[in-house]
Design a protein around this ligand. Structure first.
Ligand SMILES: [Zn+2]
Ligand SMILES: [Zn+2]
Length: 141
């Protein structure tokens, strides 16, 4: 079971999360996508109007340490966070900044081969592709 399916209240008590921390986690679980700290603040505003960016960043660090959220960062862009925890990879559209999830189960074998070619034993890896999404390629945006 991953955190998206888990009951937020249960997680809150299990990890003794404060109300603020639980709110940040809930925003990510509810949205189901990739949000930066500013977007998280926007969405948590109704419940916690005083929640500041510094607190959000601290909370995100903690949630990452607990293994409850993942961070995705492309050079030159704001770090984005997600509650999806299973193995997947990312495509970033450099025009509209849309971040999409992709799965590539066959990739592990290829990465293993590439690494083995230089005598390296591959461990974890993540694929981050940047380019243009379908909508931007078609010019309708
Ligand atoms: Zn795009
Ligand atoms: Zn993702």
């Amino acid at each position: 079971m991953n955190a998206v399916d888990a009951d937020a209240g249960l997680i809150q008590s299990r990890y003794r999360l404060t109300r603020q921390r639980a709110a940040v986690l809930r925003v990510l679980q509810t949205d189901g996508g990739h949000l930066d700290a500013e977007e998280i603040r926007e969405r948590a505003k109704a419940e916690l109007p005083s929640l500041g960016l510094a607190t959000i960043y601290r909370t995100l660090d903690l949630l990452r340490e607990l293994g409850l959220v993942q961070m995705v960062q492309y050079p030159g862009t704001a770090a984005r966070y997600e509650a999806r925890l299973d193995k997947h990879h990312h495509l970033l559209c450099t025009r509209c900044q849309q971040l999409s999830d992709v799965e590539a189960p066959h990739l592990a074998e290829l990465v293993g081969e590439i690494a083995a070619g230089v005598g390296f034993e591959a461990g974890d890896f993540k694929l981050q592709v940047s380019g243009l999404c379908r909508r931007c390629r078609n010019g309708r945006h």
